[in-house]
Each structure stands twice: as structure tokens, then as C-alpha cells.
Design a protein. Structure first.
Lengths: 292, 222
């Protein structure tokens, strides 16, 4: 797969093809598998993503600690806010839903990780539903997301333990922004700007879950990550360009992660995990393996 | 090289690719050592596995793996109850497995009939695992390939003999590592192969007079 999004955008422009097609053909060549087989795996991923969205909306799922769960349903049934009736609110609900399923040991697609698994399905299936976009186009978008994630994996990191939450929900927001931009008709260059616009909004974001568990704030970080992805999409499709090239934004995310104090990299030593209430909840609610 | 499907995947039961999906794969690999679901299992959890394991379902994931459930199997959530029902007698302990051990390490001791095995392995993140010790031998098994592991007397031509058997079954060797504790002592061979070897391959290897034991580990990663 590509190590530079700029290279991928240039190749797609020169060949006059979409980034999705470029990503699928490159993957097929790399892995020695037919494109249809790769699309088949992405189709299965999309089915699991939709299943997780639906399961999470029922409002009866809670994590082992009981700290998270039931909030996605509130966005479906709760009182309206300024975004009521818009795809924006629906995307937020979907992001919470998938991450609540994850926290309750349900089936999800790690995309790019389990902790950031809510953003991509929320943005892609939410916008596809709102615009009546066919599944084949959503599968293409997943390929674009995979291309962007692969570049981030090569140049920076996709691990909260290595790079903080910017490497998990930040990377997920970048992937979702770029993927949805092409799905909604944006050019390869616009995909690059959407990716950069989303990622710049999460730079420096720490990984600080209570007790080290993928629960709080992870569930909510997937909602805010989705909001940042939507911002990148809206701006890029409107013609806004981000002046720092996307590869450089990805590089600096990796640099910030590498220099981040270990307290902010999934160790529960800092951030929200180390607040008085965070520590108390971890002590009271996060059960330990019992001998038996 | 990063694959697109590594990024959009794996499909897994949450909440953590390292503490749940990787833990399940450790159980899956370990079960091979006794040829099926064990009757008795002692699982020692080290480091982060011990500290955050229950909240991440690490115990359920390992028990599920020992029963043959894969990382995307929803039965993982109820694996401990299923184990109780199915007669898998398990015990989880917290243990310190040394300063050099990866933070997500488990030592799994299994019994099934006459067969016994001890395996130590770690979950490295993103669902990837590394088995570091089997029955006292240092190994490196990732589960990314079908793997044949064997202990043999340190005789000349042993590698050639094994390679010949695999070639006859049209099985291609991807990686081969040979270790021994001392010159002339037992040799430990880890052979990663591209095609899944059948029971007949293992049986043929076992009939070699200088092979003490051999088993195959099914590939456990996507």
C-alpha cells in the first residue's frame, strides 16, 4: 500500500481514476488477491458495521463496569437539540452505538482499532443513509479509508499506547473524512484536504481512559471524532484547502505522539483517568479478575 | 507491508484488540498443544493482563479460545459460563512472569487426558500475538502461519528429512527456526508453512525415530 497520500492522489489524478480504485488495485497487487475478493472482505466489514450500529441503538447494552452504555439511544429518543433531524445528530448516535457495543463485548470491526471503531461506520453509514448512496459506493469508501489508515500506520501510528488518542480516534476521523469526501463526489485532492482538516483537529489528543479500559472517555471520543470528520468533509467539499500538506500533518501527529508523556498513552496515569472522580470510579467500578 | 484489510479489520468481539482479540488467539493456539478443548486449564495473567484483564474480558477471551471460539465469535461474552457447562475446569491467577515479559503476557497450563502442555505468550497489540515458550523451550510462534513444532534428537540431516516430508505433501516452508539447549541435546524446530498440514503430515513426522514429539498449530490470525 502507499506510504504517502500525496503520491496516491497524484497517481489517481494522472490515471484519471478514483482513490478507491487505486487503493483496491494496489492492495490486489500487494497481496496477490483479486480485487473482488478484497471487496468481498470489505462488504463483510460493512455488514458487521451496520449490525453494530443497529445493536447499539437498542439502549440496553452496558459495559462490564456499567460506566458506559445506553447513550446512543438517547440521541434517537431524547429531546431535540440544534442538530435534531440532521444527519449530523444521526452520525453522533451511530458513533456512540458502535462504541457501546464494543465496550459490551459485542462484534465490531476494528477500523483502525477497537477503541476508534465507532467513527468510520458512523460517518459512512450515516451519510450513505441520508443521501441514499448504494453499498458499492460505501465499500469503495472503506477502501479509501484503508488507504489513508495504511499511510498513517506507516508514517505515524495507529496505537493509543504509542501515539495517544490522536492515533486512534484522530486517525479514524481522518480516514472517515477522506473516505466520505470521495463517496460524496469529492476529487482526490479534496480527499487529501478533508483528511488533513480532520487530523489537524485532533493533534495532541491524549489517550486517558479510566482504569485503562476502552470505555470512558473512548465512547464519547468516537462521537467527537465523528464531528471533527464531518467538519473536514463539509469544509473540503466547499472548496476549503488546508495549507499544510496532508503527509506532513500525519508526520507531525506521529512526532507529537512519540514525544507524549507516557501518562497520556493508555496507561491511566494522566488526563481524565487521573482526575479525582476518574480515580474513584476506576477503584469502585472496574472489577479485577477474581480467583476461583 | 500494511494491508488495507489490516486497517479495516479484524472483525472482532470488543473491547480491545490486544486484551480481547489477541487473548483469544493465545487460547486458540494453546488448545492445539493438547489436541482440543482441555479438561483443566490454569491461566496466569501478567502485567496489564492482570490489572485490566477482567474489564477487557481477557479471561473470557482466553477461555473461549481454549474452547475453539475465534475472536469474532459472540459466544466469547459468555465463555466462562459455557466453560462451566462444557466441563472445562479453569482457574485464573495473577502472576509476575518476570521483568522481561511483555505487559500482556499469559502462561497457560493445560491438561487433556494424558496430554499436558505449558505455553507462554503475549498479545502485542492490534490482535497480533507471540508465543515465547512451549513446554520449557524458547520459541517464537506468531500464529500468522500454520506452524509445525517438534522436539527431536540433535541428529544430522533432520532438517532435510522434515523438508522432504513437507515437499512430498506439497507444503511450502515460509520460515524455519531450529534451537537446542545444548550440543547433542534435544533440538526444537518451529516450521511455519503456507498450506495447512493435515494430520497425516504430523503423523509421518512423528514416525521418524529421532522425533520425540510433534504437533501442529493452526493459523489463528486473519
Amino acid at each position: 500500500m502507499y506510504r504517502s497520500l500525496a503520491d496516491a492522489i497524484r497517481d489517481a489524478e494522472q490515471k484519471g481514476i478514483s482513490l478507491a480504485r487505486l487503493a483496491l488495485e494496489t492492495e490486489a497487487k500487494d497481496q496477490g488477491r483479486p480485487v473482488e475478493e478484497i471487496r468481498g472482505a470489505l462488504r463483510r466489514a460493512l455488514e458487521v458495521m451496520r449490525g453494530a450500529v443497529d445493536r447499539g441503538m437498542t439502549g440496553d447494552l452496558f459495559s462490564a463496569s456499567g460506566l458506559v452504555g445506553g447513550d446512543a439511544a438517547k440521541l434517537r429518543t431524547g429531546p431535540p437539540g440544534p442538530l435534531a433531524g440532521t444527519p449530523f445528530r444521526d452520525v453522533l448516535a451511530r458513533a456512540l452505538a458502535v462504541q457501546e457495543v464494543n465496550a459490551a463485548m459485542g462484534v465490531i470491526v476494528a477500523a483502525p482499532t477497537a477503541g476508534g471503531a465507532g467513527v468510520l461506520p458512523a460517518v459512512l453509514t450515516g451519510l450513505a443513509q441520508a443521501r441514499g448512496i448504494p453499498d458499492d459506493a460505501v465499500i469503495d469508501a472503506l477502501a479509501v479509508a484503508g488507504l489513508i489508515g495504511a499511510v498513517v500506520a506507516e508514517r505515524a501510528s495507529l496505537s493509543g499506547a504509542e501515539g495517544g488518542c490522536q492515533a486512534e480516534t484522530g486517525a479514524a476521523a481522518a480516514m472517515a473524512a477522506g473516505a466520505a469526501t470521495e463517496m460524496l463526489g469529492g476529487s482526490p485532492a479534496q480527499v487529501g484536504h478533508a483528511t488533513a482538516l480532520a487530523l489537524q483537529g485532533t493533534l495532541g489528543l491524549v489517550c486517558d481512559p479510566l482504569g485503562g479500559l476502552v470505555e470512558l472517555p473512548c465512547v464519547f471520543r468516537n462521537a467527537t471524532g465523528s464531528a471533527i470528520a464531518l467538519t473536514g468533509i463539509e469544509l473540503a467539499l466547499a472548496g476549503v484547502e488546508f495549507k499544510i500538506p496532508v503527509d506532513e500533518v500525519i508526520d507531525v501527529m506521529g512526532e507529537i505522539g512519540a514525544s507524549m508523556d507516557v501518562r497520556y498513552r493508555e496507561t491511566a496515569g494522566g488526563g481524565l483517568a487521573a482526575t479525582p472522580t476518574g480515580r474513584r470510579l476506576a477503584r469502585e467500578r472496574l472489577v479485577q479478575i477474581k480467583k476461583r | 507491508m500494511v494491508s488495507l484489510l489490516d486497517i479495516i479489520g479484524p472483525v472482532m468481539v470488543g473491547p480491545s484488540s490486544s486484551h480481547t482479540a489477541g487473548a483469544c488467539r493465545l487460547g486458540l493456539l494453546a488448545r492445539n498443544l493438547v489436541g482440543g478443548t482441555p479438561e483443566r486449564a490454569r491461566i496466569e495473567l501478567h502485567g496489564s493482563f492482570a490489572r485490566t484483564g477482567e474489564g477487557h474480558g481477557t479471561d473470557k477471551a482466553i477461555a473461549g479460545g481454549l474452547m475453539g471460539f475465534r475472536p469474532d465469535d459472540e459466544r466469547l461474552r459468555d465463555a466462562l459460563e459455557i466453560a462451566d457447562r462444557e466441563g472445562l475446569d479453569y482457574v485464573f491467577d495473577k502472576a509476575s512472569l518476570g521483568e522481561d515479559a511483555h505487559p500482556n503476557t499469559a502462561r497457560i497450563t493445560l491438561e487433556r487426558g494424558e496430554r499436558k502442555a505449558v505455553m507462554t505468550g503475549a498479545s502485542l497489540g492490534a490482535g497480533r500475538i507471540l508465543v515465547t515458550e512451549i513446554n520449557g523451550y524458547k520459541v517464537e510462534v506468531t500464529g500468522s502461519y500454520h506452524t509445525i513444532v517438534l522436539i527431536a534428537e540433535d541428529v544430522k540431516g533432520s532438517v532435510a528429512a522434515i523438508a522432504t516430508i513437507l515437499a512430498e505433501h506439497e507444503i511450502n516452508i515460509a520460515n524455519l527456526r531450529l534451537t537446542r539447549k545444548e550440543r547433542g541435546g534435544d533440538a526444537f524446530m518451529v516450521i511455519e508453512v503456507d498450506e495447512a498440514p493435515g494430520e497425516s503430515v504430523r503423523d509421518e513426522i512423528r514416525t521418524l525415530p529421532w522425533v520425540r514429539w510433534a504437533f501442529r498449530l493452526d493459523k489463528v490470525s486473519a
